[in-house]
Write a protein that binds this ligand. Structure first.
Ligand code: HEC
Length: 137
């Protein structure tokens, strides 16, 4: 299981690293706070998707996702105005998903997923196919 998890995490790292000039340094580096947070967000979004699809309770807003504003990145130059704008949109729609009208949950969730994809189109294309699977049709 651990082995599988490592391979799984490694595939994300390589996916992002392929866009990075400093590939070697990047691949062997510890995952950044942001990378760890993204993994948590991804897992949480998978769980939320299931619950939204089955009209179940999704629990309280996961407050830790606000750390997207402060977590340290592998590459500090990522923190541009685009990053700030898209991370604001993401958090805003996650808040709406959790606290807004139940009838709007799916739309709000999909808008949040969209901001994941938009940000990744700029900074780190590797995980995009995985992120797109979060979409609720
Ligand atoms: C505001 C921009 C932004 C948003 C929004 C965003 N990401 Fe990311 N994501 C990044 C950046 C930048 C990295 C690279 C982090 C690093 O290496 O420090 C990353 C890394 C990742 C990784 C790879 C982590 C690793 O192990 O290297 C995954 C998976 C991921 N994001 C999934 C998601 C998901 C799912 C969402 C939405 C729920 C999301 N991201 C929203 C910018 C964003």
């Amino acid at each position: 299981m651990t082995r599988y998890l490592l391979v799984f995490l490694g595939s994300f790292l390589c996916a992002c690293a392929s866009e990075n000039k400093n590939t070697k340094e990047f691949v062997y580096a510890e995952p950044s706070e942001m990378a760890v947070l993204m993994q948590q967000m991804f897992a949480k979004m998978q769980e939320t998707k299931e619950n939204v699809m089955h009209q179940k309770d999704i629990g309280p807003f996961p407050d830790y996702i606000k750390n997207i504003h402060s977590a340290t990145l592998t590459n500090a130059t990522f923190k541009s105005s685009d990053f700030r704008k898209l991370s604001d949109t993401y958090v805003q729609y996650m808040v709406k998903t959790y606290t807004g009208e139940k009838s709007q949950r799916k739309e709000n969730f999909n808008t949040a997923v969209n901001s994941c994809v938009q940000c990744h189109e700029i900074f780190c294309r590797g995980p995009i196919p995985k992120i797109k699977k979060l979409w609720i049709n």
